[in-house]
Design a protein around this ligand. Structure first.
Ligand code: UT7
Length: 328
């Protein structure tokens, strides 16, 4: 394991999360599209999801999650010297959500930017922030995954509308001589863009979907197969990079897209499901927010303890995929 004395690691100092108040159950979806609680539960494991209020935006969710993470880390917002926000659903084209968040937190001058890797966004953001800390460019970074995915969902499309929810998760990472984040592993293959995408944007705003609004489109079963295969492979890559074996892992904190995908990954790692942090039933797929929300859930209910080893991993549009091996 790469743990030389004197190395600089980034260490998770505190976690936070926020979910909008409004809960949408599977029963409510039954009244909106041709679906059933039985189908949604058995195919995905999802029973409900949280949906942002009309006047609640990604920035609001990000701010609430960040304040919890800052309090749990025992730092002052003025200690923060880097802000990275992972989001697919920013409030504005620009400034970035990270800049807007910086102002809300009354932080000034430090770099602040968004990363866009859809459901892998938080892993990307953490990977970038970790490198800032490891190179000495930052000492105290706020890393956020925040989404109002409900805003890019076609609520008449049963293939997608049952899957997603809104929320935000955040971590504060600080420079430390003790591990820490051991490694992050980031990947993408843009050849798969068409399988999971919103087919219009700012430059190409050609009314690509029905009423000219932009909605998520997904070839579900293709994405499913690819996710299972890729997440199994990246778990091996992550362990090998650190000279670790499956038994060294205490917790899997996966992206929460589908219980069946998570179960397949856990099986590959030979981890019993009790060692997997699950939020998918109550939160659905919150894209970039799902991993930090799961991490926050596991930490705040006392399951994940200091000194334990976790793998976080995600897969999403792009395709993008990534993982990190972390000693909490
Ligand atoms: O986070 C980013 C990555 N995203 C993912 O990882 C999501 C990956 N994909 C999945 O999780 C799954 O593929 C789904 C949950 C989206 C779908 O599950 P599936 O077992 O792959 O089902 P399917 O797409 O093969 O569809 C099976 C049937 C179809 O009907 P026919 O053609 O067999 O008659 C669908 O039309 O289920 C139908 N169906 C539904 N039925 C009731 C699709 N959506 C629904 C629905 N309610 N909401």
């Amino acid at each position: 394991m790469s743990g030389d004395t004197g190395s600089v690691y980034s260490r998770i100092a505190g976690t936070g999360g926020y979910l909008p108040e409004r809960i949408m159950t599977n029963a409510e979806l039954e009244s909106m599209v041709e679906t059933s609680d039985e189908w949604i539960t058995s195919r995905t494991g999802i029973t409900q999801r949280h949906i942002a209020a009309e006047d609640e935006f990604t920035l609001d969710l990000a701010e609430k999650a960040s304040r919890v993470a800052i309090a749990n880390a025992g730092i002052d917002a003025s200690d923060i010297d880097l802000i990275v926000v992972a989001t697919t659903t920013p409030d504005r084209v620009f400034p970035s959500t990270a800049c807007l968040l910086q102002s809300k937190l009354d932080v000034h001058g430090c770099p602040a930017f968004d990363v866009q890797a859809v459901c892998t966004g938080f892993v990307y953001a953490l990977g970038v922030a970790d490198k800032f800390v490891k190179t000495g460019a930052a000492k105290c970074a706020l890393v956020v995954g925040a989404e109002t995915f409900s805003r890019i969902i076609d609520w008449t499309d049963r293939n997608t509308c049952v899957l997603f929810g809104d929320g935000a998760g955040a971590v504060v990472i600080t420079a430390s001589e003790e591990p820490g984040i051991y490694s992050t592993h980031l990947h993408a293959d843009g050849d798969y863009a068409e399988l999971l995408h919103v087919p219009s944007g700012v430059s190409n705003n050609l009314a690509a979907v029905k009423d000219g609004r932009a909605y998520v489109e997904m070839a579900g079963s293709e994405v499913f197969k690819m996710a299972v295969k890729t997440l199994g492979r990246i778990a091996d890559e992550t362990l090998e990079a650190n000279g670790m074996v499956r038994d060294d892992v205490d917790w899997l904190v996966p992206h929460q897209a589908n219980l069946r995908i998570i179960a397949a990954t856990a099986k590959k790692l030979r981890l019993p499901m009790e060692k997997v942090i699950l939020t998918v039933a109550e939160q659905g797929n919150t894209s970039a927010a799902s991993i930090p929300l799961a991490l926050h859930a596991g930490v705040s209910d006392g399951r994940i303890k200091r000194g334990e080893t976790l793998i976080i991993e995600g897969f999403g549009g792009g395709f993008t995929w990534g993982s990190a091996l972390i000693e909490y």
